[in-house]
Design a protein around this ligand. Structure first.
Ligand code: BT5
Length: 309
């Protein structure tokens, strides 16, 4: 949001406050104040004007301005009612030089999972992509998938749903997939140029709108419709906080939320199948599996839980 508009919004949130007072506090004209108020109304903010000034009476439910308002992380939000893929859009923004931007959509027509799989994204879900430019080598990028998983699981748990993380990129409830993560990046040998972390969370969506090739669930099915603005703001705040802390902080949080550790697993990796007991995760996000032939550290793959080891 335009910084001055944000200041006008902050002023009237503590209203009533008169236009002339805002104008003099912010050192802008009264006409400029009026223009900002009108623009905010167009964005869906409900602003009362009375003799004693302007008062913020209501905020929009969802959308870019609603998500930026009160967000405790320094992200710009670009909102779309409908888009092919928020990851694709975030990659375009990356190519244009943007940073710390989140693309959010109500529905996607070409949502993607890993390995170009389809990601079904009906209206009512939380489909978003976070664009960041951390100063890390590409080898450390997978920690951002863990950051997204922890942030999503925590935001979901705040809704009262006991979500767990399945390595590497699933958030599940009782074995049913509630959310998935797709991390993409570009970089040189020693430094990431940009990272796009896509998160798809089945929020206010009917479970029968989802594909049935693997068990899936939604927040609507688990607990009823939730306030997407609150969930997205929590998720982004957690994401930002973890991104500023050490990778160990993220790994510790991840270990507390996962149900993969301690399971007998089968992991389909680019170089073949590995079966054994998942015993830990190591930086930046490799799964440690004890197999009959010794310990393996797996950096990528599709993981299936067989049973508790
Ligand atoms: C993922 O892939 O889980 C990553 C999903 C990332 C989606 C987000 S939405 C915002 C951003 N923009 C994008 O275009 N993508 C990201 P993977 O582990 O490969 O799982 C894909 C598989 O999950 C599919 O083959 C289906 O079996 C299943 N699936 C598809 N849509 C689903 C849904 N909405 N809920 C649960 N499972 C789904």
């Amino acid at each position: 949001m335009h910084p001055t508009r944000e200041q006008v919004l902050a002023a009237i949130a503590d209203g009533p406050v008169g236009g002339p007072a805002i104008a003099s506090d912010l050192d802008i004209s009264r006409a400029a104040v009026w223009n900002h108020v009108e623009a905010l109304r167009e964005d869906g903010f409900s602003i009362e004007s009375a003799a004693d000034g302007y008062t913020l009476a209501g905020i929009p439910n969802y959308g870019g301005p609603a998500l930026e308002y009160g967000l405790d992380a320094p992200f710009d939000v670009e909102y779309h009612e409908k888009i092919a893929s928020t990851n694709e859009r975030a990659r375009e923004l990356a190519a244009e030089g943007h940073a710390d931007t989140v693309v959010v959509a109500d529905r996607q027509t070409g949502g993607r999972g890993r390995l170009d799989r389809e990601w079904t994204s009906p209206s009512g879900g939380v489909w978003l992509s976070v664009l960041v430019r951390p100063t890390i080598p590409p080898a450390q990028a997978p920690v951002y998938t863990l950051i997204a998983a922890v942030a999503t699981a925590r935001a979901v748990r705040e809704c009262g749903v006991e979500a767990t993380i399945k390595w590497p990129n699933d958030i599940r409830v009782d074995g049913e997939k509630l959310a998935g993560i797709l991390t993409e990046m570009e970089g040189e040998a020693d430094r990431v140029s940009w990272l796009v972390v896509g998160i798809g969370l089945n929020a206010n969506v009917d479970a029968d709108q989802l594909p049935d090739d693997q068990p899936a669930t939604t927040l609507r099915a688990e607990t009823g419709d939730i306030d997407r603005r609150t969930v997205v703001q929590r998720l982004l705040t957690e994401f930002w906080t973890l991104a500023q802390s050490s990778p160990e902080t993220t790994l510790d949080a991840w270990r507390e939320l996962t149900d993969t550790i301690g399971q007998r697993v089968r992991v389909d990796t680019p170089t073949g199948e590995i079966v054994g007991e998942a015993v830990d995760i190591t930086p930046p996000g490799a799964l440690v599996v004890e197999t009959d032939d010794g310990t393996r550290e797996i950096t990528a793959g599709d993981c299936e839980h067989l049973r508790p080891a």
